[in-house]
Ligand binder design. Structure first.
Ligand SMILES: NC(=O)c1ccc[n+]([C@@H]2O[C@H](COP(=O)([O-])OP(=O)(O)OC[C@H]3O[C@@H](n4cnc5c(N)ncnc54)[C@H](OP(=O)(O)O)[C@@H]3O)[C@@H](O)[C@H]2O)c1
Length: 378
């Protein structure tokens, strides 16, 4: 375990090839488990901070197993000072060469104080631990700290007085603001901002059916048929492997990423793209997007209202925003543009969900038919 920064703050941090010890919060999460897998595969030791769920399951369903020199599981709670670690685990944690902060509450629609406690206070406690040893920190934020806005959101922008889309986004903005302040006070920091994290680039496979997935389920089943949204609103969908690759690179090549904010973004899907692709699937309902100014939840049929309130409305801001994320710094760092179009990526996600039964029974096989864009379907 090397920790040169603890003995001499002027010494450089471990370089690319040096085996490192990385304290990873949120290691049991969707992104965290993929980051843990990449770091251990590259020969680094991961101190995997787990909370309620002690299992590290990769997006492909494989379980990561603990080993003495590769993956060490420690239990903690970031809402508590010192991350709620036992004395032994705390002694271990402060020897880390890097801290990666992935832990957060990510579900929408929870009580406001939950986001405040975990996402804001939790980040404060992680910063205190990192600052104690001046340990370089990779903080995982969200591209949607940009709030409710249209146009191009840039990596070096943060608080422009924007209105956040929901309490989750607000808490991530507050957390990132704390991180920037710690950086200004001398903590070496890199921020990675994923957009909406979705299934694997090649297969569409996804471990956790959260964020946009329940919305897709409600809409394709016709449980809500009219939705407020602009046809040119953009959902940025980023495959989980791209996010984990970028976070991992930020850890292992910290010297190239230090001081930067990197947008981990992927496929820009407009609501028009979404409607057109859903219409290719005979078993799916296609929602009607209406201008938000012309929408009234009260006017929805009674049976649709609970689904709108509990699922779709949580995503309203995403259906309004005509925002695109500039990724100049991330691309200069090596985050390649997403390899295929947004429509074909959405088909991959939908095909995977159909194959698992999440979006209804899988369609019966039929000969591949040409699509308008020349690709074939199933
Ligand atoms: N998923 C997305 O679409 C998305 C998009 C943009 C940014 N992000 C950001 O990316 C990061 C990772 O997201 P994710 O999708 O991997 O989230 P996730 O699957 O919900 O995982 C979050 C992790 O945080 C842990 N956690 C929650 N409360 C904790 C506490 N009090 N103490 C310690 N750990 C705690 C959870 O552990 P338990 O489950 O055991 O409580 C879980 O392992 C988050 O910072 C998120 O804000 C995610």
């Amino acid at each position: 375990m090397s920790h040169p920064q603890m003995s001499d703050p002027q010494m450089s941090h471990p370089q690319l090839s040096d085996p490192m010890t990385v304290l990873l919060t949120g290691a049991g999460g969707f992104v965290g488990a993929e980051v843990a897998a990449r770091l251990t595969a590259a020969g680094h030791t991961v101190l995997a901070l787990v909370h309620r769920n002690g299992d590290l399951v990769r997006n492909n369903g494989r379980r990561l197993t603990a080993g003495p020199d590769t993956l060490i599981r420690i239990t903690g709670d970031i809402t508590r000072p010192g991350l709620g670690l036992s004395d032994d685990d705390r002694r271990l944690a402060i020897t880390a060469d890097r801290v990666v902060h992935c832990a957060a509450v990510t579900d929408f629609g929870l009580p406001k104080d939950r986001y405040e406690r975990v996402n804001v206070e939790g980040t404060r406690h992680v910063l205190a631990l990192a600052s104690a040893g001046r340990t370089p920190l990779v903080h995982v934020s969200t591209a949607y700290v940009c709030g409710e806005r249209d146009g191009i959101a840039r990596e070096d922008e943060l608080d422009l007085g924007q209105r956040s889309g929901n309490d989750y986004e607000k808490s991530k903005l507050a957390a990132e603001t704390l991180v920037r302040k710690a950086a200004a006070d001398g903590l070496p920091v890199t921020v990675v901002r994923p957009s909406i994290v979705t299934g694997a680039t090649r297969t569409g496979r996804v471990r956790d059916l959260k964020t946009i997935y329940p919305v897709l389920r409600v809409l394709t089943r016709g449980l809500v048929r009219t939705v407020p949204g602009h046809h040119d609103a953009v959902l940025d969908l980023v495959p989980v492997d791209r996010v984990a690759d970028l976070v991992t690179a930020a850890v292992t090549r910290f010297q190239d990423a230090e001081g930067r904010t990197l947008h981990a973004v992927g496929h820009e899907l407009t609501l028009r793209d979404m409607s057109d692709v859903l219409a290719e699937y005979p078993s799916f309902h296609v929602p009607r997007f209406v201008p938000p100014s012309a929408f009234s939840a009260e006017a929805l049929p009674g049976r649709e209202r609970p689904y709108y309130d509990r699922v779709v409305s949580l995503y309203d801001p995403y259906f309004r925003r005509r925002v695109r994320f500039d990724a100049t710094h991330a691309e200069a760092f090596g985050h390649r543009p997403a390899p295929s179009g947004a429509r074909s990526y959405l088909r991959r996600l939908l095909d995977h969900c159909l194959a698992t039964g999440y979006l209804g029974p899988p369609p019966r096989r039929r000969p591949a038919a040409a699509r308008p864009d020349g690709s074939t379907h199933r």
